[in-house]
Design a protein. Structure first.
Length: 287
């Protein structure tokens, strides 16, 4: 099937202009019109390491059930088959379990880096990935300060895999699968404002139990996954050097430093894809 030359250059031109303007020509700010992001508060003092969150997540999203388990000295990471993992650390207050997944940043660097808006910050708060828009550039992986998005390198039709806070379930009025099934109530779902208030209340009422910090309140400009801990977060493997300001500005700097060929080639491929799609629709219409 031949490609409509006019459609190809039209799409390529729009894409190029968008990149040149730093995406100012498209999309509203991620937080425009939003009053309350939904969020999850994770209290590591309550987690017993049962891995119910892992198995519930796998079942909900059709992923393989986890075969390994938390072990001191072994840091398990999320991957293309596992959107959340639980690790255990030997700390100054004994063994502490920690659940890890996408942090769902208020102003996500991954969404800012994405040239096609495949990585998207929803108005409700979760950061989701839309496969029909992705062109496989993987800038989202490079830009994430928490090393979350994972690429299916061994798949014939690769996807970017990450926690979506069970966005489909939220739209149906349900809780995220991990929150709904946590037997220890280590996970609480609500608005970000409510959960920050709850976290502060717990710290004030139990100062000997909690370390006086809510991880995610300010890190990377704030996140929708919030953490409480009995010990300083560096003892739990958290990146405590994450800046408080959001990362999109740094992401933009990275993109402008990339040689043009690496930026323009994905755009060309996207232009081919869109032009072909438009041409196929035209052919079907003529038939």
């Amino acid at each position: 099937m031949s490609i409509d030359r006019r459609n190809f250059f039209k799409v390529l031109g729009v894409t190029g202009v968008t990149f040149a303007l730093g995406k100012k020509a498209q999309a509203k700010p991620a937080t425009e019109g939003v009053t309350e992001f939904r969020a999850v508060l994770y209290d590591s003092t309550r987690c017993v390491g049962c891995q119910t969150c892992e198995s519930s997540c796998a079942e909900e999203h059709g992923l393989p059930q986890p075969e390994d388990y938390p072990e001191v000295g072994v840091v398990r990471k999320t991957n293309e088959n596992q959107r959340t993992v639980v690790n255990v650390y030997d700390t100054s207050k004994g063994e502490v379990y920690v659940k890890r997944q996408c942090m769902h940043c208020n102003q996500p660097a991954c969404a800012s880096a994405c040239l096609t808006q495949a990585m998207h910050k929803t108005e409700e708060g979760p950061v989701t990935w839309q496969g029909d828009k992705c062109m496989g550039c993987r800038y989202c992986m490079v830009s994430c300060p928490f090393d979350v998005p994972k690429f299916e390198y061994h798949s014939a039709n690769p996807k970017i895999n990450k926690c979506t806070m069970c966005f489909d379930r939220l739209q149906e009025g349900k809780l995220p699968a991990c929150v709904e099934n946590c037997p220890a109530e280590a996970l609480v779902f609500g608005t970000r404002r409510e959960l920050l208030a709850e976290a502060r209340r717990r710290i004030v009422e139990n100062p000997d139990l909690y370390y006086d910090h809510i991880y995610g309140e300010t890190e990377a400009g704030g996140t929708s996954f919030l953490y409480l801990s009995p010990v300083p977060f560096e003892e739990l493997g958290f990146n405590t050097n994450v800046q408080d300001a959001s990362y999109p500005a740094l992401t933009k700097g990275f993109l402008y430093s990339v040689p043009a060929v690496f930026v323009l080639w994905p755009m060309i491929l996207l232009g081919v894809q869109e032009a072909t799609k438009n041409n196929n629709k035209k052919s079907e219409s003529d038939e």
